[in-house]
Design a protein around this ligand. Structure first.
Ligand code: SF4
Length: 363
């Protein structure tokens, strides 16, 4: 693992510890760096109300008592924690397949390449090693979004942006096409000023544009209706009433980011942080071709092929479920042969969605 302090010789004289850690984070490849106090999150009550209403859907890990406790206080995640170093990686607004082209699968922008969790883990480990060099004995613990940390809340407190009505973190110069990670540490570091402005104003484009009405007033997302949840996190059947609104979005959704005016001039990173590794598969540019590629794979063969990519999250059956919905919505007769094959698939989940899609095609 590269040692960022070694990569940047000027760091040895870079002033107070805080600025040296900031320089180390930049040397590790992060775009934004901020420091937040290890205090209970400002939006703790909002989060508890969100859970109480069941908006987290099947993501039971979010409601587990120990996870909630740690989300409500970072010191539960790292005893003695005093500071969160919050970092971001910009992945940029590069266009993906336009949803108007009905044969194309639309996938979330961040998914075209390496799994961002792996990239964050590598870079957070590099930052952790740098901190160990700068402050021997300091303890650190890393989190990406699977961990029990209310990351947007801490990011706002670290000055990285505001939480928009679409519940994403937004920055006036960067938009929202970035991912967050955190390094918890027991070092006492002066926090950065929080981002206190709400730049959404009277705008509600994301609320109006969401095809499944998942964004509620009060900066609340009903994950059970969100296309990202339905196509990535949900393990079971996609509710039939929601399938038409999904269109050809077969992995995630960026609609609430695409319509946001703060993203109209969002910058792209000089080098895409989640660039595919050599040999990594990219989704075929046709839903029929993708479904034909996946249909003969069993779970192990799928894992071997898509290891290290975000597509491993829904797995073979989840992706074929999503493709069946996309193919039904696209209404192309060319999809019938592969849908007939999927209608006899070993997976009941895939069979059910393929039969639904054939029904849609038959009108
Ligand atoms: Fe805020 Fe408008 Fe962007 Fe939604 S679309 S996050 S309301 S600025």
């Amino acid at each position: 693992m590269a040692d960022p302090s070694a990569a940047d010789p000027s760091m040895a004289d870079a002033g107070p510890l805080k600025e040296r850690i900031r320089a180390a984070a930049r040397a590790a490849g992060f775009d934004q760096v901020g420091f937040a106090p290890a205090a209970p999150p400002t939006h703790a009550e909002v989060y508890e109300a969100w859970l109480a209403k069941g908006y987290h859907g099947e993501m039971a890990y979010m409601a587990r008592e120990d996870a909630v406790r740690r989300r409500l206080d970072p010191r539960e995640a790292l005893p003695g924690c005093r500071t969160l170093v919050v970092v971001s990686l910009l992945y940029g607004p590069e266009p993906v397949a336009p949803p108007s082209k009905r044969r194309l699968p639309v996938v979330a922008r961040y998914a075209l390449g390496r799994d961002y969790h792996d990239v964050f883990e590598e870079r957070l480990d590099a930052l952790s090693a740098a901190i160990e060099n700068l402050a021997p004995g300091a303890r650190t613990k890393r989190y990406v979004d699977y961990g029990p940390v209310l990351e947007r809340d801490h990011a706002q407190r670290a000055g990285l942006g505001w939480i928009g009505k679409n519940t994403m973190l937004l920055h006036p110069d960067l938009g929202s096409y970035f991912m967050l990670g955190e390094l918890l540490t027991d070092l006492e570091i002066e926090p950065d000023p929080p981002f206190v402005h709400d730049r959404c104003g009277t705008c509600r484009r994301c609320i109006d544009a969401c095809p499944t009405d998942a964004i509620l007033d009060g900066r609340v997302l009903d994950a059970r209706l969100c296309i990202s949840y339905l196509t990535i996190e949900l393990r079971g059947s996609i509710p039939e009433a929601l399938r038409p609104a999904i269109g050809n979005r077969v992995f995630g959704c960026d609609i609430c980011q695409e319509v946001c005016p703060w993203n109209s001039e969002a910058p792209s990173p000089a080098r895409a942080p989640f660039e595919p590794q050599p040999g990594q598969p990219m989704p075929p540019e046709d839903m029929v071709a993708w479904a034909e590629e996946l249909a003969p794979l069993d779970a192990d063969a799928f894992r071997a092929r898509y290891r290290g990519t975000a597509f491993s999250r829904p797995g073979r059956d989840g992706l074929l479920r999503n493709l069946a919905v996309g193919l039904g919505n696209a209404g192309r007769p060319a999809a019938r042969p592969v849908l007939r094959r999927l209608a006899e698939d070993p997976s009941p989940l895939v069979r059910e969605h393929a039969r639904w899609a054939l029904g849609v095609l038959q009108g």
